[in-house]
Design a protein around this ligand. Structure first.
Ligand code: G1P
Length: 290
């Protein structure tokens, strides 16, 4: 079955970014020149996704407004003759059909994904966590890589990469059964284990292709790590019934979900942008001695 739909959760409190996220969701924080979530939406579309479902917190409209048209701004840009920016702004609202669903209570990532159950229906779907910004210049987008693997192996597919041993408690961690090339057969998964308890250093990064059966599992998943309903726990339950694989994707992941990761991502990504020369000159000019 084709993977046509993608769910992008954007309803968390963004506690790692407070107070910046008091009034706006963390997905609206910009990276270079666009909000973090726009990179994930663009990746989904470039991967062949036809329907995007964004889960937002009730009463929070910034993400919805960002992907809506803005006639006032558009006519102002048109009058000023700023056709280039007009194109940029229009392209955002023409990106494709985006549906919004509300999460009334912030009960965790798994619960956020569950909110999309009716819109996804009975078909496999992608999940993209936008604070993992995945870039693969010149190659296939990470979501597309996972979709291809899903088609080839007929099992749910999770993006994995090795993470520093000391950081395993920030991730879902996979216990591999067997690895062949980039494909990892998963024996077990655990959300945010302690360094001592981690079954490996293979971390789950925010891209998934999931069987719709995950919704049954999410409905019965109890609160886990951090008191939240965890997607990882539901995938663990799914893996007892259906094949679940990890895929060591090609590409670079920027962690825009922490302050330091976000700062690094801004520097790295601006060095790939039209600002590159000026950023390089600025960084060189800094006195970096302790
Ligand atoms: C979420 C997932 C976790 C995954 C991580 C990747 O955690 O629950 O399994 O490893 O994203 O970024 P969060 O960062 O939302 O705490």
């Amino acid at each position: 079955m084709r993977v046509r739909k993608a769910v992008l959760p954007a309803a968390g409190f963004g506690t790692r970014f407070l107070p910046a996220t008091k009034a706006i969701p963390k997905e609206m924080i910009p990276l270079v020149d666009r909000p973090i979530i726009q990179y994930a939406v663009e990746e989904a579309v470039a991967s062949g996704i036809e329907q995007i479902i964004i889960v937002i917190a009730s009463g929070r409209s910034a993400v919805e407004e960002h992907f809506d048209s803005h006639p006032g701004l558009e006519s102002w840009l048109e009058e000023r003759g700023d056709i280039e920016m007009l194109r940029v702004v229009r392209r955002i609202s023409e990106i494709g059909p985006i549906a919004f669903v509300h999460q009334k209570e912030q009960l965790g990532l798994g619960h956020a994904v569950l909110m999309a159950k009716e819109l996804v229906g009975d078909e496999p779907f992608a999940v993209l966590l936008s604070d993992d910004v995945m870039l693969n210049p010149g190659g296939k987008p990470v979501t597309e890589q996972l979709i291809e693997q899903y088609q080839a192996h007929r099992g749910s597919m999770i993006a994995v990469q090795r993470v520093p041993r000391d950081d395993v408690d920030r991730y879902g961690i996979v216990a591999p059964l067997h690895q062949e090339g980039r494909l990892v057969e998963i024996d077990d998964l655990v959300e945010k284990p302690s360094v001592a308890d981690a079954p490996s250093d293979l971390g789950v990064l925010g891209r998934y292709i999931l069987s719709p059966k995950i919704f049954d599992k999410l409905e019965t998943t109890q609160r886990g790590a951090g008191g939240e309903i965890q997607l990882t726990d539901a995938i663990r339950a799914l893996s007892a019934e259906q094949p679940v694989f990890g895929y060591q994707f090609e590409g670079v992941r920027h962690d825009a979900g922490t302050r330091l990761g976000w700062l690094k991502a801004n520097i790295a990504m601006s060095l790939e942008s039209d600002l590159a020369d000026e950023v390089r000159a600025y960084v060189r000019s800094l006195d970096l001695r302790d």
